[in-house]
Write a protein that binds this ligand. Sequence first.
Ligand SMILES: [Zn+2]
Ligand SMILES: [Zn+2]
Length: 143
Amino acid sequence: MSDPSYRGTCFCGAVEIRVTGTPKAMGYCHCASCRAWSAAPVNAFSLWSPESVSVTKGAEHVGEFHKTPQSHRQFCRVCGGHILAQHPPWNLVDVYSAVIPDFEHRPALHVNYQEKVLSVRDGLPKFKDLPKDFGGSGEMLPE
Ligand SMILES: [Zn+2]
Ligand SMILES: [Zn+2]
């Protein structure tokens, strides 16, 4: 059986991507950078191996912005819609779950909850910053 794959597009459709297989992690990030970049109170992320993610159309329209070396944020130059963020230190790519509508987002955790502007009482673990595997303190906060 072949791995499942999901199609995604930017806001206007000039850029298309495909993700294949299973993400390494899914959850919500509450950090100020994700909030500002997504223009939303919380960002739903899905983290994939770089080999799982490809741009299938409109690669020439993809722009990239680095505020920090940890996150190479990619967007469509035509519509300004956001597509994904590469995280080279972790060798992972965050494909924003909203960009791949047929993919079922099954969150397991919340990260950077100390920066939250929106409380989410869904019973999932709330990491103050990041899990230890990702260089964080691993500390938890109440919902
Ligand atoms: Zn676009
Ligand atoms: Zn974040």
